[in-house]
Design a protein around this ligand. Structure first.
Ligand code: ATP
Ligand code: MG
Length: 660
């Protein structure tokens, strides 16, 4: 009876099938790790399409764009139908898409810029200066901290007073000044036609709340809304979903309260725990079979999460049969020997035929990957990192994009200043003067870019020694705009590189050759984009932890062993998983142990649960017994207290020679 010929009942278990084939309405699938929640959601999309639902009427919200890409790819495979009209992605990318159509209603233009953390800091510094706040003689929060405070305000909807009192008591005395900065920041973003990541969500919600027609438009459009990793939604995201489905009430959310690990960013576990209160009569499906892990790993996972008090009790049974390796616990001398052990084991497994792509090394904090990165490089093992500085966050990549961003959004002060500051002899003061000259010109606020930037900008006064470079820059800007609109992104990058940037790079970086390669890579990447707005949005979204990686990110980044923070590994699976740095004070984190905050400790335990449930066949838990500190010598570390929760027969301790 299905057009696609999929035998849903055969490819799913009873509970999964019930959820997939349920009537439209509110439903919640709540189940432990590896039980097929994401699979259920994927099949649900296929099922709806099979029943004749138009792809345009489906909204699929996922935690990363990569996850959405993979799910949609899977759906395409299943039903072989064109689904390019289906909206799938992270909350941020979907909101971006909505705002690109209607931002003018909020006082922005549709070509608004998206601020990343560095841009935010630059803007905040400008605001702090405008507010004439003396940051020298007192401990006023740094822009980075302010950005976090403001973000928390947006994501939790708590007042500034409350946030300072609970999380930043030492800044309470500056409450009034912080308030002024916050107001100034909101205004400044409007002035420079830019939004930060939180704005994407908050402003979409605001827009849909205030404009009834628009709200109805999207409510009609998204007849079916599906959400993965629902346990990590925050209050804004939750409200956004509720608002979108208010009419049709066709909503399926899947999640696992035991994997809620983003409270530090405002995620609220109550969204999932209270789902039935908000949707009375919602259907609830529980899956009790785990398909991912061998029984040995699954038993350990069940034991790992047991000690948490705040959770919906779930016991998972293994679908797979036993006979695999018992998870290994390996104490090692120090971080270096830990790195040596892990890489050595990876090489052995590779010799046994395990693909590098099937292995992952997970850690709590990014810096804990340093020794391993170095060791992997020395031994020539290909790897990619999901938790650290990415390609698109590097200074030279951002320098080049600042030209394009300014060309597209002429009110973008941050990009303009970044761009002109590249010229020799142009400091903060000259940059400011140049900006003032530009703002005074009507071209700054014109709807479309000037036919010739140079005609306008060559008139500006620049320091003498910058004159020749300034002319270069002006001509380069001209090349970014053709008579019929913007040049394509790859051409823009080429012009910038040839016109100004290569010269700058040569004189400014010692690893010029590497960076030149990066720029070339950027050009290659840009070739898949013909629309500059789309290209820029992609760049911005890509440098955020939450939305990255997006779009058609280079294949290459997926090759080799995965090095990842646990947060970034959510929802994924590998044959072999190493969890490193399992020492008390490292994981759980020392600050949390000191604070004796039970809720935080439970979140750490959930994080640990997420880590070990990524493994299908083999799990290695390691920790360094000694931790060298640069000033205090070495300190002795205890194994993580989470390891104490294990009955001794569930793990096997390996004794490894320090001569590894
Ligand atoms: P997590 O909580 O980590 O996000 P999940 O509940 O979303 O996990 P999935 O990633 O959907 O679980 O599934 C885990 C693995 O089990 C996948 O490899 C999936 O293909 C497989 N799987 C799930 N259900 C079934 C099934 N009914 N038959 C065969 N394989 C299944
Ligand atoms: Mg999943």
């Amino acid at each position: 009876e299905n057009a696609s010929g999929i035998d849903y009942a055969a490819e799913l278990n009873e509970q999964q099938y019930a959820a997939v084939s349920s009537r439209p309405g509110a439903s919640l699938v709540i189940a432990g790790a590896g039980s097929g929640k994401t699979r259920t959601l994927t099949y649900r999309v296929a099922y709806l399409l099979d029943r004749g639902v138009d792809p345009r009427n489906i909204l699929l919200l996922t935690f990363t764009n990569k996850a959405s890409r993979e799910m949609l790819e899977r759906v395409r495979e299943l039903i072989s139908q064109d689904i390019s009209d289906l909206w799938g992605g992270t909350f941020h990318s979907i909101c971006n898409r909505i705002l690109r159509r209607h931002a003018d209603e909020l006082g922005f233009t549709r070509s608004f810029s998206i601020l990343d953390r560095d841009d935010q800091k630059a803007l905040l510094n400008a605001v702090i200066a405008d507010c004439k706040i003396d940051t020298q003689s007192r401990r006023f929060p740094k822009p980075d901290v302010l950005a976090s405070i403001f973000s928390l305000m947006e994501n939790t909807k708590e007042s500034l007073e409350d946030i300072l009192e609970v999380r930043y008591p030492y800044f309470e005395e500056w409450l009034d000044d912080i308030k002024r900065v916050q107001k100034g920041y909101v205004q400044k973003k409007l002035d420079v036609n830019s939004m930060d990541f939180d704005d994407l969500l908050v402003l979409t919600l605001k827009l849909l709340k205030k404009d009834e027609d628009l709200r109805e438009l999207y409510q009609k459009k998204f007849k079916h809304v599906l959400v993965d990793e629902y346990q990590d939604t925050n209050i804004i995201q939750c409200e956004l979903i509720d608002l979108l489905v208010a009419k049709n009430k066709s909503l399926m959310v899947v999640g696992d309260d035991a994997q809620s690990i983003y409270s530090w960013r405002g995620a609220n576990m109550k969204n999932i725990l209270r789902f039935q209160d908000r949707y009375p009569g919602a259907a609830v499906y529980k899956i009790e079979t785990n398909y991912r892990s061998c029984p040995e790993i699954l038993e350990l996972s069940n034991a790992a999460i047991k000690a948490n008090t705040e959770q919906i009790p779930k016991e998972l049974r293994a679908h797979r049969v036993g006979g695999s390796m018992v998870p290994a616990l390996i104490p090692l001398n120090d971080p270096r020997t830990q790195a040596e052990f892990v890489t050595q084991r990876i090489l052995e497994l590779r010799d046994e035929g395990v693909e590098l792509e099937e292995m992952a090394i997970l850690y709590r904090a990014h810096y804990q990957s340093m020794e391993i990165q170095m060791e992997m490089t020395t031994r020539d093992i290909p790897f990619h990192i999901t938790s650290g500085l990415r390609f698109f966050e590097q200074a030279h990549i951002k320098d080049v994009s600042s030209f394009i961003r300014f060309a597209v959004n002429r009110q973008d002060e941050v990009s303009f200043k970044r761009m002109v500051s590249l010229l020799p002899g142009v400091g903060a003061k000259s940059a400011d003067n140049l900006w003032k000259a530009w703002v005074a010109h009507p071209a700054c606020r014109a709807e479309s870019p000037p036919q010739s930037f140079s005609k306008i900008m060559m008139e500006f006064k620049v320091p003498k020694k910058s004159q020749a470079h300034w002319e270069q820059l002006c001509y380069t800007m001209d090349e970014l705009v053709h008579s019929d609109g913007f040049a394509v992104p790859s051409e823009m990058i080429f012009s910038i590189q040839e016109g100004v940037y290569d010269d700058y790079m040569r004189g400014s970086f010692d690893n010029y050759e590497n960076r030149k390669q990066d720029i070339e890579q950027l050009m290659t990447y840009a070739r898949s984009y013909s629309d500059v707005l789309e290209f820029l949005a992609q760049l911005s979204l890509m440098s955020s932890v939450d939305s990255s990686p997006t779009g058609s990110k280079a294949e290459k980044d997926e090759e080799g062993v995965t090095l990842s923070s646990i947060h970034q590994a959510k929802g994924l699976e590998w044959k072999v998983v190493f969890v490193v740095w399992l020492a008390d004070g490292m994981f759980p984190n020392g600050r949390i142990l000191e604070s004796e905050d039970l809720e935080m400790l439970e979140e750490e335990r959930r994080l640990f649960y997420v880590a070990i449930t990524r493994a299908k066949d083999e799990l290695y838990l390691t920790y360094p017994m000694m931790n060298p500190k640069s000033y205090t010598g070495e300190i002795l570390q205890n194994p993580s207290r989470f390891l104490d929760d294990f009955p001794s027969d569930l793990v096997e301790e390996w004794v490894v020679d320090s001569g590894w």
